[in-house]
Design a protein around this ligand. Structure first.
Ligand code: 6R9
Length: 649
């Protein structure tokens, strides 16, 4: 963004008050904001007390060497003990930790007592392979129970895990293994996706050939497909199954490295985001309790993310388990064997809290509301969204067609770097506005500033920043402190720069407006991709939209939109439809935002976590050859879009 701050164009008047029964019983009430404002560190110390510490901390926060934070200094704890053993010791060993469902329909029910035994065995197996405290373990697995078991086994012995999403290439895996200097890789022969087995072991073979650091590859048998076998390969069922199911969890320092998770970013090599032990677990556990109002005795919680994404780390594994929750974990895709699979799972397990991404919601909108309508979703009571700004129409659709018009929707803003939710409504407190992430959580200092780092007034837009350290913040980029400072702490002095545009509405509530790199500069006005996309999605015939700024001789940049019609939209091929949409945007947001060009496409390019890759669409809009497509879910999407191009001009 340059010279001018971001325009604030969208006006949304709808409000949804919290259901009175939920508000009356809510885990966290409005007082939390005042408590945290009075004494922020005291507030976090109280949340840390929700965990079991082997040794209490001496100092809540050491910020004497910014931006390198230390939380709960001097404290010691074991993450796996907190996520598993303490629930068993409290008499909840028989409680289900995961209702796991494989894509082919096979199921496993894993209690906390089962999890304790499995994690102990896996920890003993890692030790037998020579993994020591501080070593890095790469994990490249499908969504099967051995994945959280391996993460917890690492946490238990103090090895730092680096989960690499199972869809990434051998090259991507190799780069991450090399950067972290991982000692072993835990993988499986393969997994199931869209009704077919896919291979993982073969990718690992390619990635570790000639590796200077990998000593063993530990392999879970999931699909029984044929695999090549090397001298350093070890079957999980041969090594882990014969281990003792007891292991004493040692205490680790609060700042001991728990995991590295790589984020790709738009340029340069992936950044290894480092999270540590005490502060991370404190904030993921508390936010899971507060934002989802989790009642561990009665709720059944389901986060549909992949564990290879930070959302899965914090809200399938560490947060829910630290809270003793019962979760659903699903291996496959939403449309296998049919487009109602997710709703079938909600009905089957009587899911009460559901957490998913806008990209999934818009896909369901495209498929039509008659699909969820065939299932009993009445068990649901709270709905969450994460990953991108949720368009107001998608929010309202989600609330109505999934939430039966009774469930609050919590739009949760955070990042791999923040480790846990930072900005979100509280379901028993906040009157939600469709499309708004609303307020920083108690204990979090977020703001929107202009170019000069000045807080913008209500009604203004600019850059989202974090003004104070938070417990689950990244500690550095693995092996690259300079890049950590340069990326996050150099844009503004003493402020964490999130890289997102945001606005404050007239009530001071926060709206996220997309990545700053994507903001469009049209005739001197900074215009948010999110607002134009939301305007397009508010048209009844549009399911999904992506907009980019393309170089334009007259206006500097011009808005180019890519639109996926809803299933029910009828004939959308003609120029009339495009004109109708252009006029619609101009009517909702003003003439300056009228797209120069709109292309009707069948799909949009997305990352594995469902974020639209606008960079590639910009390449298309400016007639360039495509940049790096390696993190794309499905690279054939770009061919589908290219086919549409001549017609769209
Ligand atoms: C958790 C996660 C982080 C980026 C972030 C922002 C976008 C995530 C959002 C959201 C608007 C939300 N983002 N949640 N934008 N509203 N509720 O997604 O982590 O994969 O690191 O991505 O995602 O742009 O900066 P990560």
């Amino acid at each position: 963004m340059s010279h001018e701050t971001l325009s604030n164009l969208l006006h949304e008047a709808r409000r949804f008050a919290p259901p009175p029964e939920l508000a009356a019983e809510a885990n966290v009430t409005g007082d939390a904001y005042d408590d945290a404002a009075d004494d922020r560190l005291g507030y976090w110390a109280r949340q840390a007390e929700r965990l079991t510490w082997a040794k209490r901390w001496d100092t809540v926060l050491d910020w004497s060497n910014p931006p390198f934070a230390k939380w709960f200094v001097g404290g010691e704890l074991n993450v796996a003990y907190n996520c598993v053993d303490r629930h068993v010791e409290a008499g909840n060993g028989g409680k289900v930790a995961y209702h796991w469902e494989g894509e082919p329909g096979d199921t496993r029910t894993i209690t906390y007592a089962d999890l304790q035994r499995e994690v102990a065995k896996a920890a003993n197996a890692l030790l037998e392979l020579g993994v020591q405290k501080g070593d890095r373990v790469a994990i490249y697995m499908p969504m099967i129970p051995e994945l959280p078991v391996t993460m917890l086994a690492c946490a238990r012995i103090g090895a730092t895990h680096s989960v690499v999403f199972g869809g990434f290439s051998a090259d991507a895996l190799r780069t991450r293994i090399d950067d972290a200097q991982a000692k072993i890789v835990v993988t499986s022969d393969g997994g199931y996706r869209r009704g077919k087995p896919y291979a993982l072991k073969a990718v690992v073979d390619e990635a570790v050939a000639n590796s200077a650091t990998i000593t063993n590859v530990l392999v879970v048998r999931r699909t029984s497909q044929a695999v090549e076998w090397n001298g350093t390969d070890v079957w999980w069922h041969e090594l882990v199954d014969r281990q003792s199911d007891e292991h004493d969890a040692p205490a680790h320092d609060a700042e001991h490295p728990l995991y590295i998770l790589y984020t790709s970013g738009t340029t340069g090599k992936p950044k290894g985001i480092l999270h540590t032990t005490g502060g991370y677990l404190t904030q993921v556990a508390w936010t899971h309790h507060a934002v989802f109002d989790l009642k561990p005795e009665t709720d059944v919680y389901w986060c549909s993310a992949d564990i290879g994404w930070v959302t899965g780390h914090s809200y399938i594994v560490y947060g829910p388990l630290a809270n003793g929750a019962t979760s659903v974990m699903y291996e496959g895709t939403p449309d296998t064997p049919h487009r109602g699979r997710w709703w079938e799972l909600i009905e089957k397990y009587k899911v009460t809290i559901f957490y998913t991404a806008p990209t999934a919601i818009r896909t369901f909108m495209k498929w039509g509301e008659d699909i969820p309508a065939q299932h009993d979703l009445s068990s649901l009571r709270v709905l969450g969204s994460v990953g991108e700004p949720i368009n107001p129409e998608a929010y309202v659709w989600y609330r109505e067609h999934i939430g039966g018009d009774r469930c609050p929707v919590v739009d949760t803003w955070w990042q791999t770097e923040t480790g846990a939710i930072m900005i979100s409504p509280l379901p028993g407190v906040t009157s939600g506005k469709p499309g708004a992430a609303m307020r920083p959580l108690p204990g979090i200092a977020a703001d929107v500033v202009d170019d000069q780092a000045q807080s913008v007034p209500d009604g203004g837009g600019g850059f989202l920043v974090l003004k104070e350290p938070w417990p689950s913040m990244l500690r550095t980029i693995w092996g690259d402190d300079d890049r950590f400072i340069e990326t996050y702490w150099s844009r503004f002095e003493n402020l964490y720069f999130a890289g997102d545009g945001a606005k404050k509405d007239d009530d001071g509530d926060l709206w996220l407006l997309g990545r700053v790199d994507d903001v469009m500069l049209v005739s001197g006005h900074n215009i948010s991709t999110t607002e134009v996309e939301s305007a397009l999605v508010s048209h009844p015939k549009v399911a999904e939209a992506a907009v980019v700024g393309a170089t334009d001789p007259v206006t500097g940049q011009a808005i180019v939109a890519f639109v996926i019609p809803r299933g029910s939209a009828g004939n959308v091929d003609g120029d009339d439809f495009v004109k109708e949409l252009r006029d619609h945007v101009a009517k909702v947001l003003g003439a300056i935002t009228k797209p120069r060009q709109i292309m009707v496409v069948p799909e949009l390019p997305k990352t594995r976590s469902g974020k639209i890759m606008r960079r590639l669409l910009r390449d298309v809009a400016e007639n360039r050859s495509l940049g790096d497509v390696t993190t794309l879910t499905d690279s054939s999407v770009m061919d589908l879009i290219a086919e549409k191009l001549p017609a769209a001009k």
